[in-house]
Design a protein around this ligand. Structure first.
Ligand code: AMP
Length: 289
């Protein structure tokens, strides 16, 4: 595995790979790798000749009161894990490499960001599409791998790729979870012992929602209240949002039907956790017929 920290070296290596006619599977991350990230890399390895992973904690996607400075970092451990899972090129740029002076063109996301994390984290997705545009141009991936844990990110990135004809296929990878259902996240290390015990209730509430929908419930408000109550009763966290939309359009729903996402964000003392489920819901039988 090559570890590359400099843009010119990366471009030279990518040129070599491209010249040899190899396909490139790309896994963008912010590091502090866990099984979720490694699963993306494994998926990339199955369908591509070369796997490129980036580790970059992108300041542009953090708000002023968010956790950019204390986002967990451990590049040596990450390199070891990436090597073991078959990454060929690990790209770890510095902030000055990615943002060399003032931008003369900025990107701004206008669809699929009025809801969920987009509404709560102003400018977050502008930062995400900006860094991904840079990374896609540098790495020229055949396929890029994203986790469904960050489902709104996938919805936004699919919009970016479609609107600007990026020649890359976006591959959605299911959320990897701990045994008790908690979605794996680099931020889980910031949960206290007590919070860690509570945190599986997030996913349990989503599963309970799915069970109720399977049993015929189609009212979004009733599902959202059930989840909110469940999370409030079983955790010390503060609910940031519990919402349901069509997926990937993220449009409002008067009734739950079609491809839908139910997503939540909960703020604990030192960590904000997100989770979601995406399910296909049969339309209601029309009672007037
Ligand atoms: P991050 O390092 O948090 O920016 O995540 C990098 C990529 O890994 C994103 O595409 C995430 O959606 C994905 N990812 C993070 N956690 C998980 C998980 N538990 N399961 C699957 N993918 C994940």
């Amino acid at each position: 595995m090559k570890v590359i920290t400099n843009i010119q070296d990366l471009q030279a290596s990518i040129q070599q790979v491209k010249n040899s006619g190899s396909s490139i599977g790309f896994v963008p991350t912010m590091g502090y790798l866990h099984e979720g990230h490694l699963t993306l890399a494994e998926e990339a390895g199955k369908n591509n000749d070369t796997v490129v992973m980036s580790i970059f904690v992108n300041p542009l996607q953090f708000g002023p009161n968010e956790d950019f400075d204390r986002y967990p970092r451990d590049v040596e451990r990450d390199a070891e894990l990436a090597r073991n899972v078959g990454v060929d090129i690990l790209f770890i740029p510095e902030v000055v490499d990615m943002y060399d002076g003032k931008q003369s063109v900025t990107l701004s996301v206008i669809e699929r960001v009025e809801v969920l994390c987009g509404r709560k984290r102003e400018g977050h997705f502008d930062g995400v599409v900006t860094v991904l545009t840079k990374l896609f141009h540098l790495i020229q991936p055949t396929r890029a791998y994203f986790g469904l844990k960050d489902a709104q990110q996938i919805a936004v990135v699919e919009g970016l790729v479609r609107d600007y004809f990026f020649p890359v296929e976006i591959v959605r990878v299911p959320t990897v979870r701990e045994e008790d259902g908690l979605a794996k996240s680099s931020r889980n290390v910031y949960l206290s012992k007590e919070e860690r015990r509570e945190a599986p209730s997030l996913y349990q509430s989503l599963i309970e929602a799915k069970n109720r929908i399977d049993a015929g419930e189609r009212d979004p408000d009733s599902i959202i209240s059930m989840i909110s109550m469940n999370v409030q009763e079983n955790t010390s966290g503060k609910i940031d949002y519990v919402e349901a939309y069509s997926f990937p359009e993220l449009a409002e729903l008067s009734r739950l039907q079609g491809e839908i996402i139910i997503a939540l964000a909960v703020q604990f003392q030192q960590a904000r956790l997100i989770d979601n489920i995406i399910i296909s819901v049969e339309p209601e039988e029309d009672s007037n017929v």
